[in-house]
Design a protein around this ligand. Sequence first.
Ligand code: ADP
Length: 549
Amino acid sequence: MTMHGLIMDYQLNLPSVLRRAEQLHFDREIVTRLPDKSIHRYTIGEMVARSKRLSVALQKLGMESGDRVGTFCWNHYQHLEAYMAIPCGGGVLHTLNLRLHENDLTYIATHAGDKIAIVDDVLWDLFDKFRAQANFKHVIVVRTAGKPLPPGTIDYEELLAGVDPAEFKYLDIDEHQAATMCYTSGTTGMPKGVLASHRAIVLHSMASGMTDTLGLSEHDAVMAVVPMFHANAWGMPFTCLLIGAKQVFPGPHLDPASLLELMAQERVTVTGGVPTIWLGVLQILDDNPGKYDLSSIRAIVTGGSAAPRSMIEGFAERHKLHMLHSWGMTELCPVGTVGTIPARLVGQPKEKHFDFQIRQGRPCPGVEIRARNENGLVPWDGQSMGELEVRGPWIASGYYNRPDAATSFTEDGWFKTGDIVAIDEYGCLHLQDRAKDVIKSGGEWISSVALENALMGHPSVAEAAVIPSNHPKWAERPLAIVVLRNGKQASPEELIDFLRPQFAKWWLPDAVVFSDSIPRTSAGKFLKMALRDKFGDYYCEQAAKQPAT
Ligand code: ADP
């Protein structure tokens, strides 16, 4: 017979995080840059009081247990208030991605069944494009820029002012209840809704704060550049509240100079964003030596797409700034692995550290990984490639109302990520590609990401994407699309020669096409689908042009 432990059945829920923040971390600061670039500053204590008001107000507007409340906002303090107010009142926080097309947003808001929306005044025109097709019963407007209130909407501040925070009751919410909902941004088909439970978020916050993960403490000042409307800003708002770290929100100002000013001024210690943001920041730092005092920064977390080695080395060597590589997905709340330097590398030459840092790191406690190809599970030898499968307490077990998406899970309940990886003997992940982007040349796999990153190490290359292009003989061959740096030149032969020492001969692109820019997704990743539409038949077309011999 099983002998159960005699331990309380304490619910891991967001009300417990809110209560802890109120009792223990009330004096820590929350800083926001407003649309007019002025700074708003208040404490966690004030934030909790306002969050409670919002929670009660939403309930009075009809938010019942399980109701979805959409947010359409930048990163700022009111969004943080909503992050806690909605789930603590029993609702489901549904972050809508403002960079998506209105057709996608209509689909997402309708599919999710959002009942109430909270919208920034500066985003009203975008919101207005899909509002009528969705089915919001109430629309609340956060007037971050003091714009006039659109007719038929509710002013956020007036709503809060009309509520007595004493009416707020800490609910003992069942930890399995849904707390947040976030749709994958659809680079891989129709957007799918990920529903995270309270328990998943609390455990994710605990694990991502740990020393060998992001290593956060009350002493930190954390700036999430990654949007709160995309993968919950990597969970940073929740993790920071649990731990009591100061939070800094950049509002709508995401250009590199504005970010650098804010980091210096607020003595930010940890910040996180996609590589595209950091490439821009590195450029400004290189162009303005000594202008920004970034001595407070302990880690620049990069994730969301592959980080070129030249960027990681550039920050370290030229600016003494440490990049921390992380891999995650919306389906993982979203952090899965983090590249904290392992004990075995201490004292090793810096080259070895860089070799490690370009990889995606090891799974956080709680996450298990494995990879599989057509021959079964692949060995952890750092070479064999397979599709990454994961499981753990904050990993999706299905998608909201999408029974057709059951194919994303294995029979024994692991989630199939669609990422092609190699795993080394220490359990460190080396992401090679997305399954749909990997190049299948003559039955072998070529990593487009490895080629792209190497190309971006060439001094004349600003950006590079490598795609599979159909080939009459090899099925697919790699084709490089390259954006040159301003005023720089390079020939296709020179770029291919540059890659030659780093790769097997059959990995090298057969051709390089120059372009002015590379199209991006809403999250700033290369939109390879658009490139494949344009160049997917490049080699077949070239072959057809050759005179028959
Ligand atoms: P989508 O890009 O489909 O909107 P997500 O934002 O959830 O969805 O992105 C998850 C994907 O981003 C992963 O499956 C992976 O392909 C990619 N990704 C995340 N982190 C990294 C990383 N550190 N290096 C390379 N790719 C990454």
